[in-house]
Design a protein around this ligand. Structure first.
Ligand SMILES: Cc1cc2nc3c(=O)[nH]c(=O)nc-3n(C[C@H](O)[C@H](O)[C@H](O)COP(=O)(O)OP(=O)(O)OC[C@H]3O[C@@H](n4cnc5c(N)ncnc54)[C@H](O)[C@@H]3O)c2cc1C
Length: 395
């Protein structure tokens, strides 16, 4: 039987995340947005409460939470501020390829580091000339005996300027397109440089950096999975993290909806609250429907993962619909506020700016549609087990 009622434990997790967002994030969110302020104190508190790294298995010091729980947390934190929620959640993106393809020793070393201290890790896939088209990346990893030598630059890396280690994708066979990409864990050392911190339209309290690897050496043991299998690892990672992004989008949309509903009951025009005008009611109704539908897709895509099933299609449905809905809902929230919606003194313009990133990172809405079209026209069974694959680490 399908039952969408949360268990007591899930309600508790959601309530804890909501309290945290209400007390620690909301009160500073708009100030941090204006200043592009790095939320170090909030990261540390979130880590102490177990709101960070909830996906890490207990054997590496984590809490072993489910994907579903992480999505409950994601919606609440993004309701507080999507930039801070992204900062808190980005370790999952870096850690997932390690969980999927790392040796026991690599997992023990790098995942435990995140569990034992409020440290950060970043996922380095994008390059200036390789965004949606990952296969055109130029970063290289050349094997020299027992080590790989990594050279190249990655851009738009979330938490990049503050990370202690990176999951880096590099070409190990330059002529093999996406079949020539491998993934590595790379600790930060003096050969890894932070070249640029981006000044962004939205998500301003998050750090987005250009990171360069200059003759950076890692042991062969830091290869994740098999050589030249990095593209697959990246795609498997995104299947697992897109429900989380969609949960953030739902949280932003919910925040905008709440502000717009309250405002529509207070703002008087033509002698009545604007909520009495049918045009406003219909906007509010459409917002509510989009949020409810986004959440159901998030839950569906996360539950499939928790059941060990392949969720590629539903994950892209959730990311695409959640992101586009967040953009529409926040734009309508600005409309409900009228001219005041355009003014920084009022809360909704920030939400509209933050919503935009949801349509861009972890695969644009166009790329999600490509995935959905492929999965729909050439369907693959959902039942294929997606437990971490035993990708052998090269000796
Ligand atoms: C704030 C922020 C944080 C980020 N964090 C990370 C991170 O932590 N790690 C990381 O690796 N990357 C990160 N990214 C990068 C992000 O994932 C990329 O920006 C995104 O994948 C798009 O790549 P691009 O910007 O090069 O756009 P392009 O790929 O150049 O796309 C430009 C436009 O063309 C469209 N397009 C491209 N190809 C097709 C196609 N085949 N069919 C239809 N339309 C197409 C796109 O949808 C888009 O509208 C981040 C980006 C931002 C802005």
């Amino acid at each position: 039987m399908v039952d969408f009622t949360l268990t007591d434990e899930q309600e508790d997790i959601r309530e804890m995340a909501h309290d945290f967002a209400a007390k620690e994030i909301r009160p500073v969110a708009w100030t941090y947005d204006r200043g592009g302020t790095w939320p170090q104190g909030i990261i540390e508190k979130a880590w102490e409460l177990g709101l960070m790294n909830s996906h890490l298995p207990e054997q590496y010091g984590g809490v072993g939470g489910s994907y579903f729980d992480a999505c409950l947390v994601g919606e609440e934190l993004a309701w507080g501020c999507a930039a801070i929620a992204t900062t808190i959640g980005a370790n999952e993106l870096a850690a997932t390829p390690v969980l999927l393809g790392g040796s026991d020793q690599v997992k023990e070393q790098y995942l435990r580091m995140l569990a034992e201290e409020p440290r950060l890790a970043s996922f380095c896939l994008t390059e200036p000339d390789a965004g949606s088209d990952v296969s055109s990346m130029r970063t290289t990893a050349v094997r020299r005996g027992g080590r790989y030598l990594i050279n190249g630059s990655k851009c738009f890396i979330t938490n990049g300027g503050y990370a202690d280690w990176y999951t880096v994708y590099a070409k190990t066979d330059k002529d093999a397109g996406h079949r020539g990409i491998s993934a590595f864990v790379v600790p930060k050392d003096e050969t890894v440089t932070v070249d640029k911190h981006e000044d962004k339209m939205g998500l301003r309290a998050s750090n987005t950096a250009t990171i360069s690897f200059n003759d950076t050496e890692v042991p062969v043991a830091n290869l994740l999975g098999q050589e030249n299998h990095g593209f697959k690892l990246a795609m498997m990672t995104l299947d697992r993290t897109r429900p989380g992004v969609a949960s953030l989008a739902t949280g932003i949309a919910r925040a905008a909806f709440e502000f717009a509903s309250d405002y529509s009951k207070e703002r008087i025009q033509f002698g009545v609250p604007i909520a009495m005008h049918e045009a406003i009611q219909f906007m509010i109704a459409d917002m509510a429907t989009k949020i409810a539908a986004s959440r159901l897709l998030v839950w569906n895509s996360a539950v499939l993962l928790d059941q060990g099933k392949r969720n590629t299609l539903v994950s892209s449905h959730a990311k695409r619909f959640g992101a586009d809905s967040a953009m529409e809902v926040t734009t309508d929230a600005v409309q409900v506020y009228g001219g005041y919606g355009f003014i920084k003194e009022y809360p909704v313009e920030k939400l509209m700016r933050d919503a935009k990133i949801m349509q861009l990172y972890e695969g644009t809405s166009q790329i999600q549609r490509l995935v959905i079209a492929r999965e729909t026209l050439l369907p693959r069974p959902v039942e294929v087990p997606q437990k971490p694959q035993p990708l052998a680490v090269a000796a």
